[in-house]
Design a protein around this ligand. Structure first.
Ligand SMILES: Nc1ncnc2c1ncn2[C@@H]1O[C@H](COP(=O)(O)OP(=O)(O)OP(=O)(O)O)[C@@H](O)[C@H]1O
Length: 225
């Protein structure tokens, strides 16, 4: 599903954020991406979403080499990738329903399909009864669940998350992780960048650990094994 071959990323200004990174994550896998602040976690996720381009090496997503993907093909790729951010980036001038519906409306789904899919996504994250509310009235954990519903409403094969529990207490963080596990159990490939080592210590998933732009567990194995 995700394959990096000797991928380096140098930002303008000369900083090398990633250095000859190689790993393979098969479809249906769930992994945590860890590393110190500035290690390159967000850069790695941005290369998968083609928000940034590799300076050298190849990034393959679902067998497609996205390093050279023409700009006009990027929206099609992104439709198959759900993304969850730490600050969830919800729009506070519209309802929970409308926030979750946004990716479907952009993709051109009809009214009936939108309603069906949005309610299915809200049901999965336990927020079906909150669809009419403005997300500003929800708790931090609930807002993050709206963000997750929006990320999965398109039924993406790949779900990426960048510090999705950064603002949440340990109990809410564990609930959010359980949601990611549920999506993984139905076949979604899941990659979660996190600083929260205590949260993931008891979870049975492999780590991709970065240090200064390099994998410290090269080959994609689990450094805890
Ligand atoms: N647009 C950019 N221009 C220049 N340098 C950048 C840019 N984005 C990131 N960097 C640099 O690349 C390195 C890796 O950054 P990145 O955001 O990938 O790290 P991270 O592991 O996600 O860190 P954090 O946990 O703090 O979010 C850092 O040194 C950062 O300053």
């Amino acid at each position: 599903m995700i394959q990096f071959d000797q991928v380096s990323k140098r930002y303008p200004g000369g900083h090398e954020a990633l250095n000859k990174l190689s790993f393979h994550m098969p479809p249906g896998d769930m992994r945590f991406l860890t590393g110190h602040s500035g290690a390159g976690k967000s850069t790695l996720l941005k290369l998968i979403m083609v928000m940034e381009r590799a300076t050298s090496g190849q990034v393959l997503i679902g067998g497609r080499n996205v390093s050279k993907l023409p700009a006009r093909k990027i929206p099609e790729l992104r439709r198959d990738i759900g993304v969850v951010f730490q600050n969830h980036q919800l729009l506070f001038d519209r309802s929970v329903f409308d926030n979750v519906a946004l990716p479907l409306i952009i993709a051109g789904y009809g009214h009936r399909d939108v309603g069906r899919r949005v309610r299915a996504a809200l049901d999965k994250v336990g927020l079906l009864d909150k669809e009419k509310l403005n997300p500003i009235t929800l708790s931090g954990g609930e807002q993050q669940r709206v963000g997750i519903a929006r990320a999965v409403v398109n039924k993406p094969a790949l779900l990426l998350a960048d510090e999705p529990t950064g603002n949440l207490d340990p109990q809410l963080s564990a609930e959010i992780m359980r949601l990611f596990e549920q999506f993984n159990q139905v076949g979604v490939t899941v990659l979660i960048a996190t600083h929260d080592l205590s949260l993931i210590a008891r979870m049975p998933y492999k780590l991709l650990s970065l240090r200064n732009g390099q994998l410290v567990n090269a080959g994609g194995g689990d450094e805890r094994e």
